[in-house]
Design a protein around this ligand. Structure first.
Ligand SMILES: [Zn+2]
Length: 166
């Protein structure tokens, strides 16, 4: 697959990668905020520092860039230069993501992932709507009576403080 990016474009693309407050993440945050959801951001105490964390409902949302996280979609193309370097790097990122998701799920967290490509104009509304539906399901489920469970290693005591700004 051809690499269409100039070095400058790639630099801009990659310097955004892994950084906080990326555009796709902001889209999701603004949507959730408008829908009345409240959350914390980039909680370093949880595996993988999830972008959006709803402690009350034990739910995290990762908003993933397709390149950096190696999404299996048409947005993901390995650069034609230093291809091996990038392949290894992205493979590592995928492995790390899998591990982090596994640890979170093991600890009883709901783990949702929104991909950058799903937020393209054509599918954005449907993606966000679906996210709200998933969250509503989780929240409803959360209020079902259930037997007490042991606290998990990632339980965080502070669930009552103020949510972050969008
Ligand atoms: Zn993608």
């Amino acid at each position: 697959m051809a690499d269409h990016m100039t070095p400058q474009q790639r630099h801009r693309c990659m310097s955004r990668i892994g950084s906080k407050d990326t555009q796709p993440e902001l889209l999701v945050r603004r949507w959730l905020w408008r829908q009345g959801f409240r959350y914390r951001l980039h909680d370093k105490r949880l595996p993988g520092t999830p972008d959006i964390v709803m402690h009350q409902f034990r739910t995290v949302i990762f908003v993933n860039g397709c390149f950096w996280h190696g999404h299996d979609c048409e947005h993901f193309r390995l650069p034609t230069t230093n291809t091996e370097f990038w392949r290894k790097k992205i493979d590592n990122n995928r492995r790390r993501d899998r591990l982090n998701r596994g640890m979170l799920k093991y600890a009883g967290w709901h783990v949702l992932t929104v991909w950058e490509c799903q937020l393209a104009k054509a599918t954005r509304q449907a993606t966000l709507q679906q996210l709200s539906t998933q969250l509503s399901t989780i929240i409803l489920d959360h209020f079902q009576p259930r037997p007490a469970t042991k606290p998990s290693p990632y339980t965080i005591g502070d669930t009552t403080s103020l949510a972050a700004e969008p």
